[in-house]
Design a protein around this ligand. Structure first.
Ligand code: SF4
Length: 483
């Protein structure tokens, strides 16, 4: 059986990416390209729903965007000047077609397609109430909770119904929805997950990241603001802020690892931020060494910043095989162990060298342990691991797949213990204030932090309703449907 395991490379992972087009004859084709640029945000499944002025058309499938939308025939079956799309990661381990988004529902006011990036923290709670009132759920996705809340709302317009639904949920979400009246883009009140607005001629585009605008030649207009609802229809664009204003708390991990380096997130270049993060790391914890090497690919920009700051050569000491993919024949421990060796190999330029090895995070420590051993086998004299984020001590509940807290190495080991565990001569993490300095802030404002950084601090800005009640997302066990 083929299986994918999102945490095999021991990084936290984005769960989703969203994209939408309003007012272009090639809406579905543009959406497929946009999703292709967002593939790093979700590789389990992809889906597009298009609207041609009379009817909605959907195509969804498991696997990569190219596997599902690589043929002209598929795109031809998605006519219309408006479309939305989604890429997704599994969080529950269940890989089923019923969870592939965008979801679509027929209401008395017409059709609605909807998808989001993020995670609702009270979806179990709300879902139980809905089920008691007679709602029948088709998927395990928390997006469907929003669909049922829209269905049961007593408000008149679709926009009012959506706002009414979102007032009853808590969590982090950047969502796009498509109705007969227009395209809706909405970012949660704290703006935890990114969302941008762009233009391509007269058409409007929304996307999780600006790299998805670049791929279709669209220009970046601005970020959708925290708590902003944008309605795009025949009359143009209208913006409202239906929720009480709150201090923005964008996920700081977007800059460390998740977003593509060629994206601008909330106006900040991800690549430049990563280089500044690397430079700050060097200022905080440099030790005498001969070369700086990144753990590819995600450690590259921080290693460039680190090497420039301490005036050491930047070398590619580890080569990553890009063709391995995330697919394993059997998800056994033995094969997962092999997976790391399949992905990375040490270069032959490490003999006798004192090495600064830069990675963006340590989650369970499995990859770091193998990479340090690999570098030593290649002849490195000393290996000093430098991590361009603070220790990941807490799980994320806002749309990032992380292991449970007890599996996070930093939650139960000191830095010295972790160094020993991964076999490095020394180990240092970027401090939380160092991270904020790299982001252009003086320090982390303890009373009003400028970003979400809960996985480093445990400071969860959005209540963890389900988690605190000991509940997890409901599993539907009666139907398993795959393609
Ligand atoms: Fe991002 Fe961490 Fe906050 Fe999750 S907990 S949204 S990964 S900063």
């Amino acid at each position: 059986m083929l299986s994918t395991h999102p945490l095999d490379d021991d990084h936290p992972h984005e769960e989703c990416g969203v994209f939408g087009v309003w007012g272009h004859a090639e809406a579905a084709a543009l959406t497929a390209l946009g999703l292709h640029a967002l593939q790093h945000r979700g590789q389990e499944a992809a889906g597009i729903v298009a609207y041609d002025g009379e009817q909605f058309h959907a195509h969804r499938g498991l696997g990569h965007v190219g596997e599902n939308f690589g043929s002209k025939d598929v795109i031809a079956r998605l006519p219309g000047r408006a479309a939305i799309g989604h890429v997704r990661y599994a969080t529950t381990g269940e890989v089923a077609i019923r969870n592939v988004q965008p979801l679509f529902a027929d209401f008395e006011f017409g059709g609605l397609a909807i998808c989001h990036n993020g995670n609702l923290t009270n979806s179990y709670h709300v879902r139980r109430q809905l089920v008691r009132r007679g709602s029948l759920f088709q998927s395990t996705s928390d997006t469907e909770v929003i669909v049922h809340l829209i269905a049961t709302s007593l408000k008149q317009s679709i926009e009012e119904r959506l706002v009414d639904a979102l007032r009853q949920v808590q969590g982090a979400y950047s969502l796009v929805a498509l109705t007969q009246e227009g395209l809706i883009a909405m970012r949660d009140p704290l703006g935890v997950r990114p969302l941008v607005l762009g233009r391509l001629g007269d058409a409007w585009i929304v996307a999780s990241e600006s790299c998805a605008l670049d791929i279709i030649g669209a220009s970046l207009v601005r970020d959708v603001e925290a708590g902003e609802l944008v309605m795009i229809g025949p009359a143009g664009l209208r913006s409202t802020k239906p929720f009480e204003r709150a201090r923005k708390r964008l996920c700081i991990f977007e800059y460390i690892y998740f977003a593509r380096p060629d994206s601008l997130v909330d106006g900040i270049s991800v690549y430049e931020a990563r280089k500044r993060i690397g430079a700050e790391l060097a200022r905080e914890s440099h030790v005498p060494a001969d070369i700086v090497i990144p753990v590819p690919d995600s450690g590259v920009p921080a290693a460039i910043g680190y090497a420039a700051e301490c005036k050491l050569p930047f070398e590619l000491g580890i080569i990553r095989n890009h063709y391995v993919g995330r697919t394993f024949i059997e998800p056994t421990d033995q094969i997962r162990h092999l997976g790391v060796k399949l992905k990375h190999n040490a270069n032959r330029n490490l003999e006798g060298k004192r090495i600064i090895l830069v990675d963006d995070s340590i989650v369970r420590g499995t990859t770091s342990t193998k990479i340090v051993a690999m570098v030593r086998q290649a002849g490195a004299r000393e290996v000093h691991m430098r991590v361009s984020s603070p220790p990941t001590t807490h799980s994320c509940f806002y749309g990032i797949a992380t292991p449970t807290r007890d599996q996070l190495l930093a939650s139960h080991m000191s830095v010295e213990e972790m160094a020993k565990f991964i076999g490095a001569d020394s180990l240092s993490f970027l401090s939380i204030d160092g991270l904020y300095r790299a982001m252009g802030e003086k320090r982390r404002e303890a009373k009003a932090p400028q970003y979400c950084d809960a996985c480093f601090t445990g400071d969860y800005a959005i209540p963890l309703v389900d988690h605190d009640a000991g509940k997890v997302q409901t599993q539907l066990s009666l139907l398993t449907q795959t393609v």
